[in-house]
Structures are given as C-alpha cells and as structure tokens.
Ligand binder design. Sequence first.
Ligand code: FES
Ligand SMILES: [Fe+2]
Length: 365
Amino acid sequence: MSTHLQEQLRRFDPTLPLERARTIPAAWYLDPEIHEAERSAVFGNTWHFAGRLDQLTAPGAFVTLDIAGEPVLVVRDAAGVLRAFSNVCRHRAAVVMNEPCGMASKLRCRYHGWTYDLAGQLRGTPEFEGVGEFARDEHGLPELAVSTWGPLVWVHLGRPAMPLAEFLAPLPERLMDLNKLRFVERRAYEVACNWKVFVDNFLDGGYHVNTVHPGLSGALDYSRYRTETFDQCSVQVAPLKASDDPAIAQSRAGDCAYYWWVYPNLMLNLYRGVMDVNVVLPLGPSRCQVLFDFYFEQTEGDGARQFIAESIRIAEQIQQEDMDISVEVQRGLASRSYDTGRFSVRREAGGYHFHRLLARQLQAR
Ligand code: FES
Ligand SMILES: [Fe+2]
C-alpha cells in the first residue's frame, strides 16, 4: 500500500460517537487509489446483488454484470445448479458472455472461440494442439460463491466471511413476502458522481426530502421518519400520510415506506405492493451506474398497468432530482475549500454507519 493511500485512509476516525464524527474526507470520493482499494477491499470482499432468480430458472439461463470492474457471470448449469464465475476467458482475457442475460448451451468466447460448459469447465480450445504443459482442467472459469435470498441472486468475489443470510440479517425476517412481487422493468442511469455520493444521499434519513423532493414531501410524515442500523444494513422507516399518490402506492393510514440499504451499494425501497431495488455500481472514481429494478404485486389489468406507469414516472422524477444533487455534490467535493463534513444526530446516523463499515474494510487492509 502506498504511503499516500495509508495517509488518506488514516484520516477518518470510525471510533467517534455520531455527535463528534466527521464524514470520510473528500479525497475518498475523488482519489483513484481509493477507488482501486475499494475494488479489492470492498467490492471484492462482500456479498453483492447480481441478478434476479426469475432470470435463472432454466438450465442454460445466465446473467452477466460488472462489479466495480470485475466481469461476473451467473448461470444455471445443465444439472440445475446455480453457479457464478469470473466472466473472463482464460486464453486472452476477453469477456466470455457479453449479453446482459440470455440462454446458452455452452459458454463460448467470441474472441478465439474457446468454449466452457455451463459448469465452467474448459471444453473446446481450437488449434491448441501441441501446447506444452497445458491442462484443460486447470483453465476453467474461476468459480465464485453464489447464494439467493427471495427473488435476488447474490455473488461474492472473495471468500465469504459469513453466509448470505447472516450478512443480510435482520432484513430477511423483517421484510414482507417478496415472492408475491413480479419484476416489471429495469431502468439504468449513469451519474457523474462517485458511487458513495449516491449512497450518502440515500442514507441521510430524509434530511433532503422536503428540499430536493418537494413532490414527495407531502406524502411522508417527516417528523416521524426514523433510521435503524444493523450489522451490514440499515432501514429508514417513513410513516405515510393516507394518500392515493402513486409515488408511494395507495397507502392507507398506518402504512410506512421502508428504505432498506445493504452494505455497500444496494437499496430496496418498499411501499405497499411495490418494491424498487437500486444498485449503485462504480464506473470510476467520479462516475457510477445506478440500476433500478421495479417490482409490483399487481401487474394484471388496466388499473394495475396505469398504476405501474405512473409509479415509474414518479420514481424517475425523484431519481432525476437525486442525480442532479449528487452531481452537484461531486463538483463540490473536488473544491479545495471542502474536506470533511459533520452529521445531523437527528437524521444522519445511517450515513455515518455506512462510512464506518466502509472504513472498517479499507483500513483493515
Ligand atoms: S480470449 Fe477467449 S478464446 Fe481467446
Ligand atoms: Fe432523494
């Protein structure tokens, strides 16, 4: 580790109580060395949402994704076993499967045509006769840990310190029955900010709702908005005012919106009959991609279709507002006038919790 990186990492103190805490320094949102450190210590060492189980039911079904620069492939093999691999060809490192999802009887690299079976074993190596000390069975795709919770498939790029269920606790037992939800649509956004800016914005305990989302503020009971933190996740509970506003579904008196966050970059927004899963993928120190997966309990009929369209339209509006402010924050973080900030004790426990978890992994290196 370079001394520069060591110095940067030492600049955050995770032991302070919230009342005295500082945010992680601005450089952590800008520095390519921090970005590299996160790739291995954070993204390379945690459970990560990879796709939906409903995409991976039949043998040969696969999904691909890029986790902070690591191409990953999840596939249902011929025997029905769910497997995950590094999606990088052992010959010259081309990405093996390029489509975001699909069906395949074998995994064929488009560069020189090497083929792997659905269990990751190398089977075909055209024109490779006579190559010495080359054993096909030593050149399979490196296998990754994979696990599922409800409709979501998770992978781990390293060695999991704990099973997924333990990692997610208490989320699984606290959530409504996710199996009633049907996936409807994915939307993808590219945002000119560090991935942590977008996560910070999500975790500010409703602090920005009235100012950045005037359209949403009337629907939430801001005074009773609260945050609970757990080991690797947190939840913001926002009691709703009774409303027909599709932004929050047709809430009834006593309903709440639940904004779950799972370290480091997954958010689950839950309203009655609606779930919106967001994952924030780093594309570089100052760029990220945000994926939105929309799920609804009611998907049949004109009423449901109308409700879905309106609900997604409003989510887009809110997302635009969140993206605009995140890009602005990224610009501000690059200013020489700003280094660290303070947290609202009333609102921002979730943000500090995130910074502590992040620092724990980065500083342990
Ligand atoms: S890189 Fe895949 S076959 Fe050459
Ligand atoms: Fe927001």
